[in-house]
Design a protein around this ligand. Structure first.
Ligand code: NAD
Ligand code: UD1
Length: 337
């Protein structure tokens, strides 16, 4: 266990929590980020939380010279590749920007890794590669038919990395398909702080609770679910980050590609999430019925059995923990602002 791990997108939501989990597990993380959707202000908080000196490389993952310099100046053992663009609507409007960043960035990174002789890579993939699942919970071998440009960029990178590992058996690659990451580190020091407007349910509820939005729109109340609203598998960001540490440990023992769902294996409806957030913040949250959001599906819930068995990892923090930690982060970051 241990070693130096480059975390691309390490200033972002998932990346910053992965940095903390790695440092707590005895790894030495290095952050690379271009701050397209984050800010360097997270770095001092990450240093405070981890007690570690965290090198920062302010660079774009597509910048081949910066990558070559990074690999030549640091003895990097593995890479966790979180850098990417993730706004579904923006991807539909700007497909080339999404392919360029998400696919182009991954190719540049893999090439730099080959040049440096680094062969362990974890890629931030998404449950969105499944599109509309035929059945729930969704196992990794379910049909893959991503319904958005964003989802197709994720699947494209998965395919590229599968081809790479087929051509060279020394690669150790983890394709981690995140379901719905939410919440924040229990310290309240780091959390979701996008510089772009949030689209996801939990950060929107935090905005409503903090008075930055008048209400939450409930997108659709006529889905074939128990209360008519959409059902998702919300996984606490701390559990998700721990999954990366467990995957790295597994890849140290076994080469090739592992493809794993990271989810809790239980679905919650929009109304259940609102109720949990109300419990967390101690006040009612205004909501209004709105039409279904284009592209949304009724239910998407992980079958995490493979990750549970292979990694000995399990997501255990529930929706109340997610909302309590998201709200603590909200209150703390509001104080700082
Ligand atoms: P985020 O926007 O908070 O983090 C992404 C980070 O990457 C940001 O700090 C951004 O500045 C950086 N970045 C973007 N393009 C870059 C580039 N070309 N070079 C260097 N840095 C760049 O998003 P997140 O929620 O932390 O997501 C991390 C990864 O996980 C993404 O690849 C995303 O597609 C994937 N993912 C996220 C979710 C989710 O719900 N958060 C779900 C599934 C998959
Ligand atoms: C969305 C993306 C998905 C991406 C994931 C993580 C779409 C269609 N899908 O997933 O590709 O991987 O984020 O970034 O954008 N909801 C409301 N009101 C809101 C916001 C959301 O009712 O204001 C509902 C949605 O309809 C859904 C649930 O809340 O039922 C969760 O939504 P969200 O947090 O956006 O995640 P996904 O749609 O699952």
């Amino acid at each position: 266990m241990g070693g130096t791990v480059l975390v691309t997108g390490g200033a972002g939501y998932v990346g910053s929590h992965v940095v903390v989990a790695l440092a707590r597990a005895g790894y030495a993380p290095i952050v690379l980020d271009n701050f397209a959707n984050s800010s360097a202000t997270v770095l001092p908080r990450l240093k405070h939380l981890t007690g570690a000196e965290l090198p920062l490389i302010a660079a774009d993952v597509r910048d081949r010279a910066a990558l070559a310099h990074t690999f030549s100046t640091h003895a990097i053992d593995a890479v966790v590749h979180c850098a990417g663009l993730k706004a579904v609507g923006e991807g539909e409007a700007q497909p080339l920007a999404y392919y360029d960043n998400n696919v182009g960035g991954s190719i540049a990174l893999a090439q730099a890794m080959i040049a440096a002789g680094v062969n362990t890579l974890i890629f931030s993939s998404s449950a969105t590669v499944y599109g509309q699942p035929e059945r729930n919970p969704v196992p990794e071998d379910a049909p893959l038919r991503p319904a958005s440009v964003y989802g197709r960029t994720k699947r494209a990178v998965e395919l590229i990395l599968e081809d790479l590992a087929a051509a060279d058996a020394s690669w150790r690659i983890g394709l981690l398909r995140y379901f719905n990451p939410a919440g924040a580190d229990a310290s309240g020091e780091i959390g979701e702080a996008p510089t772009n407007v949030p689209n996801n349910l939990v950060p929107i509820l935090a905005d409503v609770a903090a008075g930055r939005r008048p209400c939450v729109d409930v997108f659709g109340d006529d889905y074939p679910t128990a209360d008519g609203t959409g059902v998702r598998d919300y996984i606490h960001i701390t559990d998700l980050a721990a999954g990366h540490v467990a995957a790295l440990a597994h890849l140290a023992r076994q080469s090739g590609v592992i493809t794993l769902n990271l989810g809790i294996g239980r679905g919650c409806s929009v109304l259940e999430v609102i109720a949990a957030f109300e419990r967390a913040c101690g006040k009612p949250l205004a909501r209004r019925a709105a039409p279904r959001r284009p592209g949304d599906i009724a239910i998407c819930c992980a079958d995490p059995a493979r990750a549970n068995a292979l990694l000995g990892w399990r997501a255990g923090l529930d929706l109340d923990a997610i909302c309590a930690d998201a709200w603590r982060w909200q209150v703390n970051s509001g104080r700082r602002a």
